[in-house]
Design a protein around this ligand. Structure first.
Ligand code: CP
Length: 341
């Protein structure tokens, strides 16, 4: 594995090895696989789990890490070529990224969608620049349209709870949120569940479709993994027999050009798209509630669900640590025996 950018970029053998490493990282004593190694982490956007779990993983494996936040104590980074740099950005990625690559053995990047220019977000310019200039393995710590670290931890969580793969019903539901959010987690988890062989349903109000490329990727993963993909606004039908309800809010596609259009679409949905216990009325008896966190209580999901027995959000978050160890070991110490991870 040269980089960790997307689960969809991995062949079955590599993905299977990552999952095995993640399982082993939970079960077994920690090794020193990363002794002397440094992981450089660049966070263009906020984080709790991704930042803390990646740093903790590096430390527990005997390595170390540094964190930079461009624009906050670190020079703002310019990614466009050929521009006159007379704005806020003081340093170009053409210099900054190879410099960081000369200090670190791997670089991680978090760079959300800007939600201003859809074509630009789809091209993942900052992540692409890191891959081009780092000279080191690059880890996607959430980009505009992917979050493979979350997806790996979520796959591990589904396995952990014995959620069926073939025949398992995975529902990703849009949820209300006061502002438009990127489609990275939705894109990552529907592709993950489809690749796992699950029957995936995207439940969303009219107007809130995921980008066509997200559906196309999930459909391709379903063909590869034996799953399926359905899109609907019918909540009762979507949740009948569901094994997983994964909630997440995301921006309507018009939001990329016009946040007022997004606001107009979401305003009338307030109150009706907060996951409540009744949503599980016809779900499988053992149905689980999932969310990547952070989550707004009683906006995205009711306390009764989040604090109830169906919720596995804390296990998902705990698996971010074992998933991070799996990724770091696979990239920087692939010879490490999985049994000794
Ligand atoms: N789920 C997740 O990526 O959390 P953070 O944004 O806190 O890193």
């Amino acid at each position: 594995m040269d980089h960790f950018l997307s689960l969809s970029a991995l062949d079955d053998a590599t993905l299977g090895r990552l999952l095995a490493r993640a399982r082993a990282a939970v079960r077994r004593p920690l090794g020193e696989a990363l002794r002397g190694k440094v992981v450089g982490l660049v966070f263009q956007d906020p984080s709790l789990r991704t930042l803390a779990s990646t740093q903790a993983a590096a430390a527990q494996l005997g390595g170390s890490s540094f964190v930079l936040q461009p624009g906050r104590g670190t020079w703002g980074l310019e990614v466009r070529d050929g521009v006159v740099m007379d704005g806020a950005a003081a340093e170009h990625v053409r210099e900054a990224v190879p410099v960081l690559g000369s200090y670190a053995d791997a670089l991680g990047l978090r760079a959300f969608a800007g939600l201003a220019d859809l074509a630009e977000d789809l091209s993942e310019p900052m992540l692409s620049a890191f891959v081009r200039y780092a000279g080191r393995p690059v880890i996607n710590l959430e980009s505009a349209f992917d979050h493979p670290c979350q997806a790996l931890a979520d796959w591990q969580t589904l396995d952990h709870f014995g959620v069926p793969a073939a025949g398992g019903r995975f529902v990703l539901s849009w949820a209300w949120h006061p502002k438009p959010l990127p489609q990275a987690v939705p894109a990552a988890v529907v592709a993950m569940a489809a690749r796992r062989g699950m029957e995936v349903t995207v439940l969303r109000p009219e107007g809130f479709d995921l980008h066509p490329s997200v559906y196309a990727r999930a459909a391709a993963e379903a063909r590869r993994g034996g799953g399926s993909l359905t899109v609907t606004a019918d909540r009762e039908a979507a949740l009948a027999g569901a094994h997983v309800l994964y909630a997440k809010s995301w921006a309507a596609l018009p939001a990329w050009q016009d946040t007022a259009a997004d606001a107009a679409l979401r305003a009338p949905l307030l109150g009706d798209w907060c996951v409540a216990p009744e949503w599980f009325a016809n779900a499988a008896p053992e149905a689980r509630f999932m969310h990547c966190l952070p989550v707004r209580r009683n906006v995205v999901v009711a306390d009764a669900v989040l604090d109830g027995p169906r919720s596995v959000v804390l296990t998902q978050a705990a698996h971010r640590l074992s998933a991070a160890k799996a990724v770091l070991t696979e990239l920087l110490a692939p010879e490490t025996a999985i049994e000794a991870s």
